[in-house]
Design a protein around this ligand. Structure first.
Ligand SMILES: CC(C)(COP(=O)(O)OP(=O)(O)OC[C@H]1O[C@@H](n2cnc3c(N)ncnc32)[C@H](O)[C@@H]1OP(=O)(O)O)[C@@H](O)C(=O)NCCC(=O)NCCS
Length: 202
């Protein structure tokens, strides 16, 4: 059965980077993480009843639909993430770790900061992953950052953003010291995280 026409749920998949890869560096590591993230996107498509074919990006690095399915990936040293669905979407994952205070003003303006009363660094990572997920969904990447705004913080796992007039729902999930975010057209999520993760890689 093909869920594409009536898709109401996304199945983002997070995979742990195998211990053997944690010490790899440079291009070898980047390529391996890219491949693993694509495996996560393929799993996500299968869980949604679809099948990704060749995964190709355009000249701006934007993933192109495959077999009619949109897909998005993210990779960090210890975890990769992938999602696929019938409409444009974006995914990001970030390790929760100390960052320079200069980034606080870069990621959101005072009006956006006033939307939440959570710990400022927790909110920072929520804003960051949410905006990167939206910026991938619209195919802009970081160069669209100033046009991407948080409108509401709906609950501890969901916020609403806008990019040039279009509304995006971002769902978030935190495990293993990482925060993941998926931007979509308001679909609900069934997250798939690794159950255990015991490496010292993060
Ligand atoms: C797209 C962008 C957001 C990627 O972020 P990143 O953290 O470097 O990398 P991620 O692992 O999250 O995502 C990488 C994937 O994004 C995808 N991607 C890249 N550009 C994209 C674009 N314009 N639109 C959609 N997806 C894009 C690619 O599929 C890439 O994976 P691949 O190379 O294996 O194909 C990019 O604009 C960027 O350079 N970000 C820098 C992060 C940063 O400094 N953030 C600070 C916030 S204050």
């Amino acid at each position: 059965m093909h869920e594409q026409a009536t898709q109401v749920m996304l199945h983002p998949v997070i995979l742990a980077v195998p211990d053997t890869m944690l010490t790899w560096t440079g291009r070898r590591k980047v390529l391996a993480l890219s491949r693993l993230a694509r495996a996560a996107a393929r799993q996500s498509a299968r869980r949604a009843g679809g099948l990704l074919g060749r995964l190709v990006k355009n000249n701006d690095n934007v993933p192109l639909p495959s077999n009619g399915w949109h897909w998005s990936v993210a990779h960090k040293p210890a975890f990769v993430a992938g999602v696929a669905g019938s409409a444009p979407l974006g995914i990001d994952i970030e390790p929760i770790q100390p960052r320079s205070r200069g980034l606080l003003d870069k990621i959101a303006d005072p009006e956006e900061w006033r939307l939440g009363d959570e710990d400022e660094w927790h909110l920072f990572f929520r804003f960051w992953t949410a905006k990167e997920a939206v910026l991938k969904a619209v195919g802009m990447g970081l160069k669209g950052l100033s046009r991407c705004r948080v409108l509401t913080i709906d609950d501890p796992c969901c916020m609403t953003l806008t990019y040039e007039g279009k509304i995006w729902t971002v769902h978030q999930s935190m495990r293993h010291g990482h925060l993941a975010a998926v931007a979509s057209d308001g679909l609900s999520m069934r997250w798939r995280w690794p159950v255990h993760h015991t490496t010292t890689g993060h």
